[in-house]
Design a protein around this ligand. Structure first.
Ligand code: SAH
Ligand code: SF4
Length: 364
């Protein structure tokens, strides 16, 4: 099998070229072609010597996951389904806003952590994505929206909030993050790349050392009893340990706060006393809250909190001086909201009708 150069960050590609007896600056050139120009054909890399191109053609490739389908919602949200060879796809979502464009990237096919309210978790775990499959999502999105000169990129922010637990696929995710940040590739600011985790404590410390990007933690509960129930990894890494890990991370983080995500589940974690308990829990952690109205899926067994409950919850946190955002649901008509990125595994019928088959549309 040929080596997939899309799997390498700059350090790894440099090493690979050195092992081939090639000069190290070639790695930078090839990174530029692959990631900034969206090029997957060595013959089109015109400033690379012909002899080297021939060598690369024989031993290597730029293998991006193939695109199975693409969709666009009426609000401009876009979604791509990439073939990762498991019979189902992984999804990537682009969310345009006035001042930024955010790409929501997946890290695994399925997820082993089984959070009760999450449709990815309900699927179970299939496998980790390779670095090429993770960065391939950015590659495709850039390509689909037109590769523009640097600094005019449509994608200004990346959130690792698609399918999977990114810290459970640590090495591949870190390499992909390094490519996102690299000036020879996507050149994104550390502050604009956010990794969301359900709270794998040892890996939070490892991330601080390896590649500190902005951190979001899926808290979802104000105490261990509720969190044990809805985020089962809490039994292994309870809240006291998670809060301590957040404080340690802040010494390395590019931002001076942690974002706590909190899915609003009707009657489960959305009462005023839960908000007060939450304030106590995070009293020593500089943080912002992102309240996420629960996105229902078939047989979830949960309901979305009422707008009144969400408003009251938010006000308690705000009155205590905390910054709170309530996540807007975007891309409703293409099932692109959080927790709905279930690929095509279970719900094949309804979803498939809505996908625009690439073959039919002929675009992209
Ligand atoms: N595994 C990581 C990142 C992916 S999930 C994590 O858990 O943080 C991204 C966010 O969507 C998480 O906060 C997750 O808890 C939330 N989420 C999952 N299912 C949801 C649903 N049905 N409705 C709303 N948010 C959901
Ligand atoms: Fe996995 Fe995150 Fe879903 Fe939990 S919420 S099952 S960690 S993807």
């Amino acid at each position: 099998m040929k080596t997939n150069l899309l799997d390498f960050n700059l350090a790894q590609l440099t090493e690979h070229f050195a092992a081939m007896g090639e000069k190290t600056f070639r790695a930078k050139q090839v990174m530029h072609w692959m990631h900034q120009m969206g090029e997957d054909d060595f013959d089109a890399m015109t400033d690379i010597a012909k002899a080297l191109r021939a060598k690369l053609l024989a031993s290597a490739e730029v293998r991006v996951p193939s695109l199975m389908a693409a969709q666009e919602a009426s609000d401009g949200t876009r979604k791509w389904l990439l073939d990762v060879g498991t019979g189902n796809g992984v999804e990537t979502v682009f969310i345009p806003e006035d001042d930024r464009g955010t790409l929501c990237v997946s890290s695994q096919v399925g997820c082993a952590l089984e959070c009760k309210f999450c449709s990815t978790g309900r699927q179970g775990f299939n496998r980790n994505l390779s670095t090429a499959e993770i960065i391939g999502q950015l590659w495709w999105a850039n390509k689909a929206m037109g590769v523009t000169p640097k600094n005019e990129r449509v994608i200004s922010n990346v959130v690792m909030m698609g399918m999977g637990e990114p810290l459970a696929n640590f090495d591949n995710v870190v390499s992909a993050l390094q490519i996102m940040l690299d000036d020879h590739a996507y050149g994104l600011s550390r502050r604009r790349v956010t990794l969301s985790t359900s709270g794998l404590v040892p890996q939070i410390d490892r991330l601080a050392a390896a590649c500190p990007v902005a951190l979001a933690v899926s808290l979802h509960a104000p105490n261990d009893a509720i969190r044990d129930e809805i985020v089962p990894i809490n039994k292994k890494y309870p809240l006291s340990e998670l809060m301590a890990a957040c404080r340690r991370y802040l010494e390395f983080a590019p931002r001076d706060f942690i974002t706590f995500e909190y899915v609003m589940l009707d009657g489960v974690n959305d009462r005023p006393e839960h908000a007060r308990q939450l304030l106590q829990l995070v009293r020593d952690v500089p943080c912002k809250f992102n309240l996420i109205p629960f996105n229902p899926f078939p047989n979830s067994g949960y309901g979305r909190s009422s707008n009144n409950a969400i408003r009251a919850f938010r006000e308690i946190l705000q009155d205590a001086g905390r910054v709170v955002t309530v996540r807007k649901t975007r891309g409703d008509d293409i099932d692109a909201a959080c927790g709905q990125l279930a690929g095509q595994v279970q719900d094949k019928t309804r979803r498939q009708e809505k996908w625009i088959r690439i073959a039919e549309s002929g675009s992209e």
